[in-house]
Design a protein around this ligand. Structure first.
Ligand SMILES: [Cu+2]
Length: 274
């Protein structure tokens, strides 16, 4: 990279230029922390191997292990916290499973972030699925009817968000799946909306189209002013043949007028006083 370009990237003359890989949740020595603070970043033209360790639980020592839904990100671009690096997309998702954990058919990483973005896009740019040939990716969330779909939701930036998907719900457990049928299993809440703050990560496991069928299901932040500004995409559920169903469109051609309050001849009674 030309020196002039590097200098243009330098936001803080006292901060070195480079990139790094900093992860959450798993174990590493400080030499794999990915910070200027620990001198574990990569200067221009350099390279570095980062080593992470996944660990099982240890009931003898009380160590909780590293299974979970995590993310990794740059920590040095533009400043000691890598804020411009994260904002420009230098992040990703990391799943660590315990042996025997249920495996999904598909995993989508969805970062909810600043300026009402999902994976740094909003409105129509957040959903670029080609209806004839949908290619799964950061801006094309698609699955076939019945597939087990795992969402790894990441909060980036400065705002709180909520992850909400229409027509689907999941168990609020470590894996999104309930094991067993006892009283404890029955006490686990089933949810369809979950708060995600900056740096938070969680997994949500759904069965595509289960009990609701294929279609184009909205997936959005439920902070209303965020969704109104475009923090919304679509979970496309294909039919059993892998075909996209016809899109119903955003509004009916001939909108049906809502029945006025108070009801008319056909309005159902609101109570039974007999
Ligand atoms: Cu939001």
């Amino acid at each position: 990279m030309p020196q002039a370009t590097l200098e243009q990237l330098r936001l803080d003359p006292n901060h070195p230029i480079g990139v790094s890989l900093h992860t959450h949740g798993v174990k590493y020595t400080q030499m794999s922390d990915g910070t200027v603070h620990s001198n574990s970043f990569v200067p221009p033209g350099g390279s570095r191997t980062y080593i992470w360790y996944a660990q099982p639980r240890n009931t003898n020592t009380g160590a909780q292990g590293t299974a979970g839904y995590w993310w990794y990100h740059d920590h040095v671009v533009g400043g000691p916290h890598g804020t411009p690096g994260i904002r420009s997309g230098l992040f990703g998702g990391l799943v660590v499973r315990r042996q025997g954990d249920p495996r999904p058919d598909r995993t989508y990483v969805l970062a909810f972030g600043d300026r009402q973005t999902i994976n740094l896009r909003r409105s129509s740019e957040a959903d670029t699925c080609d209806e004839q040939n949908p290619v799964p990716g950061p801006t094309c969330v698609v699955a076939k009817l019945g597939e087990k779909v795992e969402f790894l939701v990441i909060g980036i930036g400065d705002d709180m968000h909520t992850f909400h998907v229409h027509g689907h719900s999941w168990a609020d457990t470590r894996t999104g799946v309930i094991e067993g049928t006892g009283a404890l299993a029955n006490s686990i809440p089933i949810i369809d909306n979950k708060t995600v703050g900056p740096g938070d990560t969680f997994g949500a496991r759904v069965i595509a189209g289960e009990s609701v069928g294929p279609g184009h299901w909205m997936l959005h932040c439920h902070m209303q002013f965020h969704s109104d500004l475009g923090m919304s995409t679509t979970f496309h559920v294909l039919d059993e043949n892998g075909a996209m169903t016809a899109h119903a469109g955003h509004a009916p051609a001939n909108p049906v007028q809502a029945a006025p309050a108070g009801g008319g001849q056909d309005a159902p009674a609101h109570g039974n006083h007999g």
